[in-house]
Each structure stands twice: as C-alpha cells, then as structure tokens.
Design a protein around this ligand. Structure first.
Ligand code: UN1
Length: 479
C-alpha cells in the first residue's frame, strides 16, 4: 500500500488533490510513495503562514533559534541510516554517498545553530561630533527555497538552516523527483518544535510552484539551485518585483592534469569528480584538461580504473556508481554521447546502457578522448557520468582552455609544482579552486559559489551565507 503525502503549512500536514509517484531509479517497480502536486494557491497559503510567523520568529532569542537548529541536527543524525536509504532509493546515489549527504545536512544545521548565536553588529563613531552609528543585521522576511534533485537533503538544509538561523521564515519547494527526503526533513523540523508557520513545505511541479515562489510579492528573497535556463527565469521573475535572488546553476568544471602530477592522485580526482554521484553534481569534473606529456598514461589508467567501477542498484554494497536519476536525464546523457560518437576527432569509451537484475537507468561511465574545447559536449553541462579529455601542450594552454567556458563554478589542478598551484589559484576565473582534489565535494563551513554563468548573488554556506539571508540597517544616534 502506498501512502499519499500532502504539504506542510503552518505546522500541520494538509492533503492535496493531485499526487505523483516517486519511483526508484535503481528499480522502477519500487514506488517510494505518492507525493502532493500542489496547486499554485498553496504557495499563497504557505506565504500567509510564513508571513504571520515572521514577526515573532525574527524576535525569538538567538539561543532559542540555536537550540531548535541543534535539535534538527540531532534528529537528522539519529535517523541517518533510514534517511540515507530513503535518499538512495529516491535519487539513486549509492548508500555511502547518501549517508555522506545526510551527515552533511546534519553538520550544516549544527554549524548554523552556532551561527544563530554569533549575532554581529558594528558600532562606530559618526563623522559628526556626538553622533554614533550602529549597524545591525536583520532578517529579510519570508525566504523561498527552490531546491534541485541531486542533493535531496543537503541543499534544502544548506538553504533552510541559514534562513532560519538568521530569523527568516521559509517556504521550501523540493525538486519533484525527490520529495521524500524533503518530507523527512520537514518531519524532523516539526518534531524539533519550531513554531507553526516558520517552516513550510510545498511539493509540486517547478513550472507551477517554483514560478509561484519566484513571483509571490510576499516572498522577500528567493534562493535557487538548478539548471541555468530555469535559474535565469527565476531571477527574471523575482528581480522584476525587486526580491533578493541567489542562484547556483551549472558548471563545466575543468580538472587540469599537469605532466608533473602524481598519476594516482590525478586519476583518483578525475574518477571521483567525473563519475561519483553518477556525475550528477554541478561541481563535477566534466573537462579533463591533460598535458601532452602525461596524456596517454593518464587515459590508460582512467580506462583501467573505469573498467573496475561497478554500476548498479544504489542499495547494493558492490555498487560504485548508482543509476541515472530518471529516463529523461538518461536520454540527455545518451544524446551528448551520440554527438561525441559522431564526431570524427573524438572517441567514446564506455557510456553503455547496461541491464541489471532490477529495471533501472544504468549507464556505465563515459570518457570522451580526443575531445576539443569547442565541442558541444565540452561547452554544455551534461549532468551525467560523462567526461571529456582535452589534450593541451603546456600549462599556459591548459589555463586558457580551462577558462574558455560560460561557467565559472570550480576548477581543479593536479600538480606537484608549488608555482603552478599558486599561479592557478590566482588565475582561475571561478568561485572555487581545488588543488590535487576532485572538483566536487565541498565543506559546509566555507563560502560556496561560482562566477560567470554558474552563480548569481551572494555566496552560500559558512558565515558568508549571512550576506544573503540578512539585510543591514545603519542607525545614526544622537543621544
Ligand atoms: C559538492 O560537490 O559537494 O548542485 C556539492 C550541486 C552543487 C553542490 C555540490 N550545488 O551539485
């Protein structure tokens, strides 16, 4: 029997008329549940609840907010194994990856529990005699969160935790493919004892609920993670009514492998960055830019390592790479692979649809050798286990190719040269740089975000999240 889940408004669950099946991408016969497809008017109700709760919540003592966020962190930790299974079932990342993500969500809530108590302000002398200036940080009001499917619990957490810590109220719309983890998080938030209306969950389609959040005049700020075209639409709608907007979008992240790199480290970084989490990360290493002198050895080792990786059911212990999230994404991955196969200059290794004992979307990791930086697959984000190898003559050419992209989220370099490492950190036109590390996999306590087409607005995570989730007020006082 499949139970139907509604939406969470003003501290209580409400039924909705329409539902959608949440299907396990590792086994299409496994229906995780029926989840509400709310109507646009549900966003009005959620905003009413969140607006009503905002005044008292914004005045709640920092200690109380800290305690509530800490209770969420503890609740996530206590249920971590169950949450990880649920997440792996609905999204398809492997159980260890899912467990890592769940613990990341707990760490984020714990970090922002501390942030709630680190209330900062500035007091300084005015340029005028006898006057002082007090700068305070205040919450914005109702924050709308539009979250993607690839991190079903960590991204809602890393947007909701700072929003709540700094005194805002929340309307969360999770991606339609992964409502179960967001519902589980909502239950933990409910049990922690937040006042009704402080946190609200509306599930449904992006075109309806996402658009309603972007457009709603009662939502002071919208934070979005997802694809670039959708991000642009959200921004256009929200900025038109002068709401604050924070966008985290795509990447076409380069990983440079210099001739002096330690080959083991370079291969490990590339395998992890390109293929783990099925390549479905905006931080994935999708362009491997390899210096000529190490190119052939690198490719040989990559192919050997790829042949050992087992693609399969996310809950199977033997699985290294879980399924592609759904059939639509699988079609996208195969379309790009088809284009790369047709090009005479490039060769595709792997990238085969394979069958397992359960019906799922299983695709082996794909390495495109002989790729060029102006190939379509090198320019556009695929969001699958697909990486191109682009051969370059030297370090300078590598840096030029790395920067020749519309995106600017993260760039990596594998090298033993201190000089190259230092130089690349300053020359990379990206929000994040990784040295001898995969481009994906970030810490929760430091700024996250990119440049160019990857991001818009203030950074997420760490203390920097304050810049988005609060607004300053400058008071001049003559006592
Ligand atoms: C990570 O690489 O650890 O949607 C996080 C995404 C990013 C998060 C990546 N916003 O893939």
């Amino acid at each position: 029997m499949t139970s139907a889940t509604g939406i969470y408004l003003d501290g209580a669950w409400h039924d909705v008329a329409e539902h959608r099946e949440n299907i396990n991408p590792s086994d299409h016969r496994d229906v995780i549940g029926l989840f509400g497809r709310a109507e646009r008017s549900a966003v009005d109700d959620a905003v009413d609840a969140a607006s009503g709760a905002f005044g008292p919540w914004s005045r709640t003592s920092p200690q109380r907010r800290a305690d509530l966020l800490e209770a969420v962190a503890a609740g996530i930790t206590a249920q971590a194994d169950d949450l990880a299974r649920l997440l792996a079932r609905e999204e398809g990342k492997t159980l260890p990856e899912a467990k890592g993500e769940v613990m990341r969500a707990a760490h984020i809530f714990r970090f922002f529990s501390g942030e709630a108590l680190r209330v900062v302000g500035e007091r300084q002398a005015s340029t005028r005699e006898g006057v002082t200036v007090n700068l305070a940080r205040e919450p914005l009001g109702v924050v709308g969160i539009i979250a993607p499917w690839n991190f079903p619990i960590a991204i809602p957490a890393w947007k909701a935790a700072p929003a709540l810590a700094y005194g805002n109220t929340v309307v969360l719309k999770p991606a339609e493919l992964v409502p179960a983890s967001a519902v589980a998080l909502t239950r933990i938030i409910h049990e922690a004892g937040f006042p009704p209306g402080v946190f609200n969950l509306v599930t449904g389609s992006g075109a309806v609920i996402g658009d309603a959040i972007a457009a709603h005049p009662g939502i002071a700020a919208v934070t979005f993670t997802g694809s670039e075209p959708v991000g642009r639409r959200v921004a256009q709608t929200a900025v038109a009514r002068l709401a604050e907007v924070q966008l985290e979008m795509g990447g076409k992240n380069p990983l440079i492998v210099l001739a002096d790199a330690e080959l083991d480290i370079a291969v490990e970084c590339a395998i992890n960055g390109a293929f783990f989490s099925t390549g479905q990360r905006c931080t994935a290493s999708s362009r491997l830019i390899v210096e000529d002198a190490i190119h052939d050895r690198f490719v040989e080792r990559m192919l050997a390592r790829m042949s050992e990786l087992r693609v399969g059911h996310a809950l199977d212990d033997a699985t290294d790479i879980g399924p592609v999230v759904d059939e639509r994404q699988l079609e996208t991955d195969l379309r790009y692979l088809g284009i790369a196969r047709e090009a005479t200059h490039s060769e595709v290794h792997g990238g085969e649809v394979v069958e397992r004992t359960t019906p799922g979307n299983f695709l082996t990791p794909a390495l495109i050798t002989g790729a060029r930086n102006d190939d379509q697959v090198s320019r556009e984000e695929v969001f699958g286990p697909v990486a191109s190898v682009i051969r370059v003559g030297d370090y300078d050419e590598a840096v030029t190719v790395a920067g020749d992209t519309e995106f600017g989220l993260v760039a990596g370099i594998c090298t033993t040269s201190l000089r190259a490492s230092e130089d690349f950190q300053s020359r990379s036109d990206t929000g994040m740089v990784m040295v001898n590390l995969p481009t994906a996999g970030v810490d929760p306590h430091v700024a996250f975000g990119g440049r160019k087409g990857s991001s818009f607005g203030p950074r997420e995570q760490g203390t920097h999240a304050r810049d988005f989730f609060t607004q300053t007020k400058t008071a001049y006082v003559r006592p």
